[in-house]
Structures are given as C-alpha cells and as structure tokens.
Design a protein around this ligand. Structure first.
Ligand code: GTP
Ligand code: MG
Length: 383
C-alpha cells in the first residue's frame, strides 16, 4: 500500500499545505490536518483535481534528483588537479582489451606490492616517466555506463580511440568518433598492432592512410596541423605503450582537469559495479568525482545507504581515503546499490535515512502520476 501525508504531498505539488487542507476539506475529506495520511486512490483523485500535468510533474517529482539537496555548493577555491579518467573505445578486435591488459600488468601499483588485481570496473596506473596517475575504466560499454550517460553524467575525460593499423577505421570506429564529439570528450588516437607491419615504408603508407581516413571524419591529427595526438603502438610487444600514457598526461594538463577535493564538502561519485561478497557483504565500486571519501563517512545511493566500513583499492588493499578520480571498493552498504547510480555523502545516518525515505516517497508518487496518466488515457480512449 502507498501512503503519503498531506504535508509531503503539498511539497510535491508545490503548493502551501494550508491550501491543500482547504481543498481537501472542500472535496469532502473530514478532519484534515497537515499530518493527514492519504492513500493511493485519494492521491490520484487530488492529482486529477490539480490538473496535474505529467511533464511538469516529472520535473517536479524527479526522484533521481532528490539527493542534489545534499550536495555542497560549488566552491572554485577548493579546486585541485585530479588524474584524468580514460576510456578505451574502438572497433571489434582492434585491440582494446590487449591494451588494458598491458596497462594493468605494468601498473606500478600491482608490481610494487604484488597484489592480485581484481576487476572492479576501473583501475589506476602510475606513468613510468612522469609518475602521474591515470584512471582507466575497463568496461565502458556495459549497462551502468549507458545509465550514467542517460542521467547526463559524463564520467570520462579522455577517450583513447583504438585503430588497427591493418584495418584503418571501421563502423564502430566511426560510432566512437561520434560519441566522442557528442560527449565533448577529448580524443587520442592509438594505432595498434604496428608489430604486424614490420617494413618501414609499408608501415608509413598504412599510417598515412589512417590519417587521411580520420580526416574524412573530422579528426585532425597533429601531422596534418590538427591538435589530436596519435600514438602508433603494439600492445603485444609493449612498444610505445609508455608514449600513450604520457600523451594522456600531456592532454590532461592542457585540459587542466580539476575537482574540489576537500573533506569539508559532501563527497560525490558514481557506482561502477556492485556485488555481494561472501566474506565482506555488500560492495560497490565507486568512482569519486568530488570531495574526499574516508572510513566512517555516510553515503546515500538509490534507496540504500552506507556507513563506510572499509575502502579497498584495485588490488584489494585497504586505503585510508579516496580522492577525485579514484575508484575504490566501498564496504558497509545496507543493501547492494545499483551500478550506474549516483552516490552522495550525507552528514549522518539520520539524514541518510531521511533522504532514502524521501526518495522512496517520490518514486511512489511518480508511479502514481504515471498511473493517473494511464487511467486518463484509458478513459479518453473509451470516450
Ligand atoms: P573486442 O573486445 O572483441 O571488441 O576486441 P578488442 O578490441 O578488445 O581486441 P583484443 O584486445 O581482444 O584483440 C583482438 C586480437 O588482436 C587478439 O587476438 C589480440 O591478441 C590481437 N592483438 C591486439 N593487439 C595487438 C598488437 O598490438 N599486436 C598484435 N600482433 N596483435 C594484437
Ligand atoms: Mg575486448
């Protein structure tokens, strides 16, 4: 059963609760107060009485934005440099996974500590030359990413577009170019499998052809006076993989990628993956966008919340905090949060519970609004 108080409903309808009490009395409800509880069918009646228009109501009642109230106001003085977040895209079989595997294996983090890298949807490397961090998302195609995109979240900064030296651009390369342009992400071209063409002249010709093909799709490489970097490499032999990493750092410096990273502001992030682990319970990989996440913090996400019991890095080791662009496993969720949902820090458990409840109520009313529309539609059809 779905119930809502007059007070809450007046908030949702954006009218004064006194007004709603008066209207309800006019409609025949007895002894109505602001705390009067309305059941589902009455809410539908009232929504009709108020000529509730669905498009407006959607905007008004959007449960997805309820946690926005918990976010800290923007404070440019708290902005500091953060590592770039990179996704690798390209046509089938052009070598995306091989690049990721190579980067993972060579990451300083896993080498130094001998940790077993685990799949948490993202991993971080430290570049060999400049000793800078880069976060790679390793499953950019899956559903969580589509969900985040739908919600207007652009969690990536840079797209590495992989093009096989043997094939040049193919249908999915073109798709990725379109995506990069729409999302406003910067692009770096990685020409892969160069070990397959050993003859220098032949290799030269192949690279020229790719440069021309890219130009047709409005990607202007540095070679032709544009500003898109290109790195010919072999993920199999490792040749020029370090160059790719340094190109990303160079581009991120030009882009001047920053985030507010103070503990004074509410942390914000997105769930990349989630699961129930036998030994530790509900776990979510969170990519932090803002703030500084620490043990003991309270987070809300979807209809659940978390008192952060522990934070683990990509090698499963406990860390004391996560900063913007870090992806960490967060332990301590009441229920498993959904991948693709936003995470926002609450001040305390009471606030988290309050906002969880608010979101649940909003979802119910949204559902009711949709039902009303359906009802009206059915009635309209019958007439
Ligand atoms: P999908 O996930 O199916 O879209 O493919 P992918 O883009 O992840 O390609 P993947 O990394 O699986 O590589 C496809 C094939 O190309 C594999 O057999 C790789 O071993 C091979 N390959 C990838 N990179 C290189 C390279 O630099 N040199 C050579 N010789 N082979 C490569
Ligand atoms: Mg792959």
């Amino acid at each position: 059963p779905n119930y809502i108080s007059v007070n809450k409903l007046s908030n949702l309808l954006n009218c004064r609760s006194e007004q709603l009490v008066e209207d309800l009395t006019g409609l025949g409800f007895a002894n109505v107060t602001q705390n009067y509880i309305l059941s589902r069918e009455y809410v539908e009646l009232i929504l009709q009485e108020y000529n509730y228009e669905l498009p407006a109501s959607r905007r008004l009642l959007n449960a997805q934005t309820v946690y926005d109230e918990l976010k800290s106001p923007i404070n440019p003085r708290l902005l500091n440099k953060r590592p770039p977040v990179v996704t690798i895209m390209g046509h089938v079989d052009h070598g995306k996974t091989t690049i990721i595997d190579h980067l993972r294996k060579s990451s300083v983090v896993s080498q130094e500590h001998g940790g077993i890298t685990q799949h948490i949807g993202a991993f971080q490397i430290v570049t060999p030359l400049s000793k800078r961090k880069i976060t790679f998302l390793d499953t950019p195609g899956h559903a969580a990413f589509l969900k985040m995109r739908e919600r207007g979240a652009n969690i990536t900064d840079i797209i590495v577009l992989v093009v096989s030296i043997e094939d040049s651009i193919m249908p999915q390369t073109i798709e990725a170019i379109k995506h990069a342009k729409n999302s406003g992400n910067e692009t770096i071209i990685a020409i892969t499998k160069i070990d397959k063409i050993k003859q220098p002249k032949e290799r030269e010709r192949a690279l020229e052809r790719i440069t021309a093909d890219l130009l047709v799709h409005d990607i202007q490489l540095e070679q032709v006076g544009g500003d898109v970097q290109v790195v010919p490499l072999s993920a199999r032999s490792g040749e020029n993989m370090d160059l790719l990493e340094e190109s990303i750092i160079l581009l991120s410096d030009v882009m001047d990628i920053r985030a507010e990273d103070s503990i004074k502001i509410a942390a914000e992030g997105w769930v990349l993956e989630s699961q129930v682990k036998k030994s530790v319970g509900n776990v979510a990989t969170v990519l932090l966008k803002k703030g500084c996440l620490q043990k003991g913090n309270i987070l809300v996400c979807g209809n659940t919340y978390c008192k952060v019991r522990n934070l683990l890095d990509g090698a499963g080791r406990p860390v004391t905090k996560a900063m913007p662009s870090d992806a960490v496993e967060v332990l301590g969720w009441r229920e498993v949060p959904e991948a693709g949902d936003q995470v926002v820090q609450a001040k305390n458990e009471a606030q988290a519970k309050k906002y969880n409840a608010k979101r649940v109520a909003l979802l119910q009313v949204e559902e009711q609004a949709v039902n009303v529309e359906r009802l009206n539609l059915e009635r309209g059809i019958k007439k």
